[in-house]
Design a protein around this ligand. Structure first.
Ligand code: SF4
Length: 239
C-alpha cells in the first residue's frame, strides 16, 4: 500500500530489489535486503551489473513495480515483502547510489532497519555528506578506472575522516601486471592517510596464491592489513 504523503519525495529509478547474503568485503555472509538503484557514471569494463533505467523493477524476480519510485514507495514495497528483523541491514547499492543524495537522506529518515551503502567511491565529497545517514559504508577503489586515478588521494583523505568501525574499503584488482603498480600506489596512500585495512577483490574472482601473497606483502610494508575476499555470491551462484 503506497503512502499518499509521498508525493514530495524525490523519485528515482530502481533497477531491482532482492534479499540475499552480502557477497563482498568485510560483512560477507550477512543477510541483507538489497535495493539496487539504476544509473552509474562509471563504465567499468568488468561490470556485471544491470543498472540500466527501465520502466519497472521487480522484487526477487516476481512482483513488479513502476519506476520512478521515491523513498516512501520503497519503504512500502519493502514492508510488503520482508520482515526487517530478519536482516542485518538494507543495502543501497547500484549502479551508483551517490547519484541520488536526496533520495538517500529521505530513505534514511524512514528506514526500518540499519542502512548499508555500497558506492564506487567516485564522489569523495558526496560520501562525506551522506555518511551520517548510514550505519555502514562500503567504498570501492577502482584502481584502473577513472576517476580513481585522478582522485585516489582525495578519496582516501575523505575515507580517513570516517569512523573505521563504520567504513571499509574494497579494492578491485585486475589479474594483470598493472595490479602490482596499483597496489603500490594505493598502499602508499593508505599509509599517508593512516588507513589500516583493505579488502582485496580480484575482478576475475580467481585466487592466485602468488599474486595475492605479493599484494598482501606490499600492503604489509605500508602497515596495512590486506584481506583477500572473492565475490562469494558468484561461487554460490546466488545474487
Ligand atoms: S561502478 Fe559498479 S555498477 Fe558502475 S560500472 Fe563500475 S562495476 Fe558497474
Amino acid at each position: 500500500m503506497i503512502n499518499n504523503n509521498n508525493f514530495n519525495l524525490q523519485p528515482i529509478s530502481i533497477a531491482e530489489v532482492f534479499d540475499s547474503i552480502q557477497g563482498e568485503g568485510k560483512y560477507v555472509g550477512v543477510k541483507q535486503i538489497f535495493v539496487r538503484v539504476a544509473g552509474c557514471p562509471l563504465e567499468c569494463d568488468y561490470c556485471d551489473t544491470d543498472y540500466t533505467v527501465k520502466d519497472s523493477f521487480n522484487v526477487n524476480g516476481m512482483a513488479f513495480y513502476k519506476n520512478p519510485a521515491n523513498a516512501g514507495h520503497i519503504f512500502d514495497i519493502l514492508s510488503a515483502h520482508f520482515f526487517f528483523a530478519e536482516y542485518h541491514s538494507i543495502s543501497i547499492t547500484g549502479g551508483e547510489p551517490l547519484l541520488y543524495p536526496v533520495f538517500l537522506r529521505e530513505f534514511s529518515e524512514i528506514s526500518p532497519a540499519k542502512l548499508f551503502l555500497e558506492t564506487s567511491g567516485y564522489d569523495p565529497a558526496g560520501i562525506l555528506d551522506i555518511a551520517p545517514y548510514f550505519d555502514f559504508l562500503s567504498i570501492d577503489l577502482k584502481t584502473d578506472i577513472e576517476p580513481f586515478g585522478r582522485h585516489a588521494d582525495e578519496l582516501l583523505a575523505a575515507a580517513a575522516l570516517l569512523p573505521p568501525e563504520k567504513m571499509y574499503l574494497k579494492m578491485a584488482l585486475r589479474p594483470d601486471t598493472k595490479a602490482d603498480e596499483s597496489v603500490k600506489t594505493a598502499a602508499g596512500l593508505f599509509e599517508k592517510h593512516n588507513i589500516k585495512e583493505v579488502w582485496l577483490q580480484p575482478v576475475d574472482n580467481i585466487f592466485n596464491p602468488e599474486k595475492t601473497a605479493g599484494w598482501q606483502s606490499i600492503f604489509r610494508q605500508y602497515g596495512v592489513d590486506a584481506r583477500f575476499v572473492p565475490q562469494i555470491h558468484k561461487f554460490l551462484k546466488i545474487r
